[in-house]
Design a protein around this ligand. Structure first.
Ligand SMILES: *Cc1c(COP(=O)(O)O)cnc(C)c1O
Length: 369
């Protein structure tokens, strides 16, 4: 087989549609700095995500880093190591100390029963992750945050377009970050956004996004630069027209995987919450002891057939070389166990049934060896 199957595949609109969307830019020559496309996408996403406020950013990481910065935090931030590098890096790059909380082994999100034990008088915020699009226990987190006066910034990079009990996920906490990276369910090539409730926070965030420039003669904040440009926004405007159809197709792929894998002994699938409207971004599989083969054996068997799954999220961020053993991985035993056993399978709206069957057949064969 020559065809390679990857874990994600960037969605691209028909090229004519993108060309039509960017055509006008050659008249105005306004290709960045919160131009017309930027404003239009901001408005459309505000409606689509059903959030109060949204600010578009050059990428998801800067969105998260600046959202944390705009909170004016100090000391310690409680988060999880079962995530992409960006979450932990955004905390550390803000001069804050990440305190790693374990995850719930069924949902892979932060274990809310273990948060309070980690709170000290230095704790200023919680940065939980809606990992694989699984929504954290937002109610419990809200109660804890209020009790101790903590800010909550959600890494919602995986949760684009999701709703919990009918509420857009971008509404929870003090702010939520979305990623519009090429590999995500909705992309603007690279891109991201912060959703938030407080107008005052929005002003601080805006200054961080644009050098702290209030007006051409007044700069009152040592800001950064994280503006989404017009070509990114144009891609977003095109892709937004297709995203519902894409999610519907992903759902079919997702359900087919479940059908083929749910009864396999030793295979643990992600526990879905009936209160969540999902985007079906990822299909993680945990290979437990009874499966009879390791995650790495499955990974290799698939790779041999040109099928590229990902060991998402391995290694845990609290074991990264850049932290020089500073964090004790024994603090997060469930995250450690899951990270050694999990594999995310190829997930794309156009993944053919024949290939889904093939992937599942290879997986089952590994356990029978
Ligand atoms: C993709 C991702 C990010 C970063 O987003 P970018 O747009 O790639 O910068 C942050 N957190 C998580 C969990 C992600 O998957």
């Amino acid at each position: 087989m020559d065809e390679k199957i990857f874990v994600t595949k960037a969605f691209m609109p028909p090229i004519e549609e993108y060309v039509a969307e960017i055509q006008g830019l050659w008249d105005t020559h306004i290709i960045t700095n919160m131009g017309a496309k930027h404003k239009e996408l901001e408005k459309k996403l505000n409606e689509y995500l059903q959030v109060k406020n949204i600010s578009l950013m050059v990428n998801g990481h800067m969105a998260l880093e600046l959202a944390i910065q705009a909170m004016n935090l100090s000391g310690e931030v409680i988060t999880t190591p079962f995530t992409f590098a960006s979450t932990t890096h955004a905390i550390v790059r803000n001069g804050l100390t990440p305190i790693f909380c374990d995850i719930n082994p069924e949902t892979f999100t932060i274990d809310v029963d273990k948060i309070e034990n980690l709170i000290t008088d230095r704790t200023s915020a919680i940065v939980p992750v809606h990992v694989y699009g699984n929504i954290c226990d937002v109610e419990k987190i809200d109660i804890i945050a209020r009790k101790y006066g903590l800010k909550v910034i959600y890494d919602a990079a995986h949760a684009f377009g999701e709703f919990y009990k009918g509420i857009g996920v971008g509404n929870f906490g003090d702010a939520s970050m979305f990623s519009f990276h090429a590999t995500k369910v909705f992309n603007t090539i690279e891109g991201g956004a912060v959703c938030f409730n407080s107008e005052e926070f929005g002003l601080d965030l805006y200054r961080l996004k644009n050098f702290g420039i209030r007006n051409p003669e007044k700069v009152d904040y040592v800001g950064s630069n994280a503006k989404m440009n017009e070509f990114q926004a144009a891609m977003g405007l095109c892709n937004l027209r297709y995203v519902d159809a894409e999610i519907a197709k992903r759902k079919k792929v997702y359900e087919r995987y479940i059908e083929l894998l749910e009864d396999v002994s030793g295979i643990q699938l992600m526990k879905l919450n009936p209160d969540v409207k999902y985007n079906y971004a990822y299909f993680p599989v945990v290979f437990n002891e009874e499966f009879g083969a390791t995650r790495n054996e499955v990974f290799d068997a698939l790779a041999k057939e040109n099928i590229y799954s990902r060991k998402y999220f391995y290694p845990l961020t609290n074991t990264y070389d850049c932290f020089h053993g500073k964090y004790d991985v024994e603090m997060t035993p469930e995250a450690l166990r899951i990270s050694k056993r999990v594999l995310t399978l190829p997930m794309a709206s156009d993944l053919e049934d024949e290939n889904i069957v093939k992937i599942c057949t290879i997986i089952k064969k590994v356990s029978e060896r």
